[in-house]
Ligand binder design. Sequence first.
Ligand SMILES: Nc1ncnc2c1ncn2[C@@H]1O[C@H](COP(=O)(O)OP(=O)(O)OP(=O)(O)O)[C@@H](O)[C@H]1O
Ligand SMILES: [Mg+2]
Length: 275
Amino acid sequence: MKNEAFKDRPLCLSGKGVTKVFGYGNKANTAVDHVDFEFHEGELVSIVGESGSGKTTLSKMLLGLLSVTEGEIFFQGKPRDISNRKKKKEYWQGIQAIFQDPFSSFNVFNKIDTVLLDCINMRGGKHLPKEKKIEMMTEACSFVNLKFAELTNKYPFELSGGQMQRLMIARIFLLKPKILLADEPTSMIDACSRATILDMLLQLRDEIGMTIIFITHDIGLAYYISDSVYIMEHGKFVESGSADDVILNPKAAYTKRLISDVPKIHEPWDLSTVG
Ligand SMILES: Nc1ncnc2c1ncn2[C@@H]1O[C@H](COP(=O)(O)OP(=O)(O)OP(=O)(O)O)[C@@H](O)[C@H]1O
Ligand SMILES: [Mg+2]
């Protein structure tokens, strides 16, 4: 389904003039500069930009992990209220993230069972019988091709990078958030696992209708997977729209440059210049 079809769907997450300034006075650095956005239910949105363009800063504001200097974020059409711990916890039932570095996402002292049990508890399953919880954890692991029986009693650091990434997706499978924010989840794994993980995310989106916000440098990948694309340069969105409009018919010079760095979108690789 392409971008136009999503315009009629309810808004999931949106923002007006969202800005983040780090530091003060002559040291002030505007990392995110008055961005507007509208993400709809079930939409897959990519935010594309080079290193330092403000993608992670924006993600952290969306997640409520970083305060917004100026502007406002709306959740399901209403101003987002995360003014106290209880409200923050409620908000986090709706939005979850997969980070660039999976090793930073887990408490290293928690065994994998605990990581997964926490997800069940967060979804109100605390009082379910033990067998039911094991069944749910086993199902979540098998969704990402991990064997729960082999993971019990292990710590996250005993897993490989790829297994860790999959464990993160198993968490999402249990949490079933309305919105999943994925900040370059595939950057540290090989191309084959990368495709598998993307497939898993897309399958999850279809199953539970979540909105996916995908943060990446890779405009080719964004084109391949997204309904909509937002192009970010120096903290600003220089262009946005359906993936087809933005990437097949780019208007901003920056978008054109990003695309020209990825020859494979329009033309075959020219191997004659290699080596
Ligand atoms: N906690 C912080 N304190 C001060 N400046 C910060 C902080 N976090 C980020 N910045 C600055 O904000 C700008 C945007 O950084 P950000 O991490 O959002 O970029 P990015 O687009 O995610 O880059 P990458 O693709 O490399 O992950 C950079 O200039 C960075 O130095
Ligand atoms: Mg980043």
